[in-house]
Design a protein around this ligand. Structure first.
Ligand SMILES: NC(=O)c1ccc[n+]([C@@H]2O[C@H](COP(=O)([O-])OP(=O)(O)OC[C@H]3O[C@@H](n4cnc5c(N)ncnc54)[C@H](OP(=O)(O)O)[C@@H]3O)[C@@H](O)[C@H]2O)c1
Length: 206
């Protein structure tokens, strides 16, 4: 789990633990983790450190990525750089599947944004431009250099925290402004969803 202390990642981690899974989480600040117990293994570090990514993924079934640092991503594509180290480690360790959460305002590789999303991205959400570009670069990397693995991208349309507003469904066109909890629930279902492999779809409420 990458991003376990984040707003989506915390919900995802709690859900995975509640369902009886074991979780290995790379975190910069272990004290921020809400989840405790013998089923969570905490590895302290940053994706920008020279961490041992082979050890990080050894023995796991799924990699789940809900990383974001808008300030750093304005300067450098830190997620892309990390994914370029992580994917070879997954291959070496025989880990097949990865779910990566990007945003609805990030253009999928080979696709384009609707005019409405393009306007929101370039006007209202302009301060997140580095994050969009990093997410787009990750999607391009996965689509062009990692199709031997089972990657899944969720282009989430999160806007608010708060309680569940319903159940999100996958869509190539429709999107909803969702809560972090609902995006985490969607990601939890999607990581084992075979039909989502090699897609970079949006999500919307039924
Ligand atoms: N927030 C939104 O409204 C929104 C909307 C659409 C899409 N998304 C996408 O969803 C993803 C996650 O968003 P979020 O809002 O749930 O995340 P978030 O609350 O901003 O949390 C980001 C997580 O990434 C971790 N992280 C950042 N830099 C790191 C580093 N160098 N090393 C290790 N961990 C690091 C953070 O750790 P720390 O606790 O140490 O900071 C935190 O756990 C992002 O890709 C974002 O583009 C977000």
């Amino acid at each position: 789990m990458l991003g376990a202390t984040g707003r989506t990642g915390e919900h995802f981690t709690n859900r995975a633990l509640a369902e009886g899974h074991r979780v290995r989480a790379l975190v910069r600040s272990p004290e921020k983790l809400a989840a405790h117990g013998e089923r969570i293994e905490v590895v302290r570090g940053s994706i920008t450190d020279t961490i041992d990514t082979d050890s990080l993924v050894a023995g796991i079934d799924y990699v789940v990525v809900m990383l974001g640092d808008a300030a750093s991503q304005r300067r450098t594509k830190i997620n892309t750089a990390f994914m370029k180290r992580l994917i070879p480690s997954m291959r070496r360790q025989g880990v097949r599947r990865i779910l990566y959460q990007a945003g609805a305002l990030s253009r999928p590789h080979g696709g384009r944004l609707s005019p409405a999303l393009w306007l929101i991205r370039n006007l209202i959400a302009r301060s997140f431009i580095g994050q969009h570009r990093d997410n787009e670069s990750v999607m391009a990397f996965l689509a062009t250099q990692a199709n031997d693995l089972e990657w899944i991208v969720h282009r989430a349309g999160i806007y608010s925290d708060g309680p569940s507003k319903g159940r999100l469904q996958r869509s190539s066109r429709k999107y909803s402004v969702a809560s972090f909890a609902d995006c985490a629930d969607y990601n939890y279902r999607m990581v084992t969803e075979r039909s989502a492999i090699h897609t970079a779809d949006l999500s919307h409420y039924e």
